[in-house]
Write a protein that binds this ligand. Structure first.
Ligand SMILES: *Cc1c(COP(=O)(O)O)cnc(C)c1O
Length: 495
């Protein structure tokens, strides 16, 4: 079939021909979306994906389908097989759980379809507002800057680029790293892999990232950090940044920011905070004191899509010195000239503070969430998760067959099932299998991690839907599944 010649005076072919019919279908789709959220707790947290869904088609559809059929396909093939992070018993990795009103915010975002590179339009001021609110929350001084990005991985990459810019100046933009050998950075052994990736992407290499040992509570050993840094200075290396963590991904540990700040001040090192989820503990008056020193950091990376439950993807970088931030990314392209009036006004544009030119309007979802919930309610939800973790940790400690593997610093509990007859590696196998079973039976979704070689069931409660009863269910299911697995795998030894 040959494509027909388009009629250049007809209305857009990509718009509905019958708005009334479209409207009715759109309302039905919205109802389906809200039904899904409302009924999610009754469904399994996760279920195996059927092969028909995994099977990929080679050819994209040449002819379009009816909207209602596509919505139906989403209902049949996608909604039942999602990750589970909108379910009250999802505690794997670190995922936000979304909110019902997030649906509305995302819908409005689609309607506006803003390109957040720059130009003078209201959405730019919405992002600026979000950034300003965050600067206030973290008590950053006037002159600070910020940019929204897809997540903390990109925020950390941007933050370290700014740190390098401050250390070596604009040289690095022209000549790359070759004119500046010996740049090194520091983070704890518990730091997130995104820090390693950032070093790789900056061309500095992961060997230039020094891994600092941790204390028993998995926070950075600041004495070791200071010694490593001073040793490197004596060797003629150029320490340019330290990445501290507020809310480590394994155990929720918080590094001693005040101490890191002191070392940074004394040595002229940039302090970048990876606060992916933990930084937003600042929203809770109960937790805020734990983040002491964060206001003096040079840059802070964190996510709205984790503990603030904004729809993906919404991360943020804040930089104390906005001028150096801009120097790192500003460009001068002829077609991107600012004007004082008209659409090309309103500079400096966000594109001068990051990598992306075209960028989505994730800021609307953040703005919406903050307007609708307010900082108090959001902070309370965060604190509630920490209390739940504390309660769960205490239950683990009181159970003779369970062992708590790390102090509960924030919202993460690492524990395992124990049996005297099992070896170390059998314990590891058993506990990993318990997690797989919990997931495959659709009961709950913790994840696993390894602490000093010991496999842990890791429960990260960044979920506003979780109630105590959900955690009670996890406790009971852990023990039940453990007993079943023990009797299948090790029945001889247990008798
Ligand atoms: C999730 C996480 C990251 C990465 O953030 P993304 O938004 O997933 O890119 C970095 N650090 C910590 C501590 C995290 O929990």
């Amino acid at each position: 079939m040959t494509a027909s010649i388009p009629d250049i005076s007809a209305p857009s072919q990509l718009e509905p021909d019958d708005w009334q019919a479209f409207r009715e279908q759109a309302h039905r789709a919205l109802d389906a979306a809200l039904d899904h959220i409302q009924q999610r707790p009754e469904q399994p947290v996760w279920q195996e994906i059927p092969d028909r869904i995994k099977k990929l088609n080679d050819t994209p559809p040449a002819a379009g389908a009816l909207l209602e059929d596509i919505v139906q396909e989403v209902r049949d093939d996608i909604l039942p097989y999602t990750l589970g992070n909108t379910h009250p018993r999802f505690w794997g990795w670190v995922h936000g759980s979304g909110t019902a009103s997030g649906v509305i915010a995302q819908m409005m975002t689609a309607v506006i379809n803003a390109n957040m590179a720059g130009r003078d339009h209201a959405p730019i001021y919405v992002e600026a507002q979000v950034i300003r609110w965050m600067q206030t929350l973290f008590s950053l001084p006037a002159g600070a800057s910020g940019i929204m990005c897809t997540g903390t991985s990109s925020a950390t990459l941007l933050g370290l680029a700014v740190a390098r810019q401050r250390a070596v100046g604009s040289d690095v933009r022209r000549h790359g790293n070759s004119a500046n050998p010996g740049l090194v950075a520091y983070c704890s052994q518990q730091a997130h892999v995104s820090v390693v990736k950032a070093m790789e992407l900056l061309g500095l290499g992961s060997d230039a990232l020094r891994s600092v040992p941790v204390n028993v509570d998995y926070s950075m050993d600041c004495t070791a950090f200071e010694e490593m840094l001073c040793g490197d200075l004596q060797q003629g290396l150029k320490p340019f940044a330290v990445i501290s963590t507020v809310g480590g991904v394994n155990t929720g540990a918080i590094d001693d920011l005040v101490n890191v700040n002191r070392v940074c001040r004394e040595t002229g090192t940039w302090h970048h905070v990876d606060g992916a989820f933990g930084a937003l503990a600042i929203l809770s008056d109960h937790l805020k004191p734990r983040l002491e020193g964060i206001a003096d950091a040079d840059s802070i990376a964190f996510d709205f899509h984790k503990w603030m439950h904004v729809s993906y993807a919404a991360g943020c970088l804040l930089v104390r010195d906005g001028a150096i931030h801009r120097q790192t990314f500003e460009t001068s392209a002829a077609y991107l000239q600012n004007e004082t009036r008209g659409l090309a006004g309103g500079g400096p544009w966000p594109s001068e503070y990051g990598i992306d030119l075209s960028r989505g309007f994730a800021a609307l979802s953040v703005w919406f969430q903050l307007k609708e919930m307010g900082t108090e309610k959001l902070g309370t939800a965060i604190y509630r998760n920490c209390l739940q973790a504390k309660w769960f940790g205490a239950c683990v400690t009181q159970s003779t067959d369970l062992e708590l593997l790390a102090p509960v610093a924030l919202n993460i509990v690492c524990y395992r099932y124990c049996h005297a007859a099992l070896s170390a590696s059998e314990h590891n196998d058993l506990n990993r299998e318990i997690v797989v079973e919990l997931q495959c039976r659709g009961i709950a979704a913790p994840s696993t991690t390894s602490l000093n070689g010991v496999a842990a069931i890791r429960v990260c409660i960044a979920n506003h839907r979780t109630r105590k009863a959900d955690l009670e269910e996890l406790l009971a299911a852990t023990k039940q599944i453990a007993k079943e697995l023990l009797s299948t795998h090790y029945s001889q030894r247990l008798t």
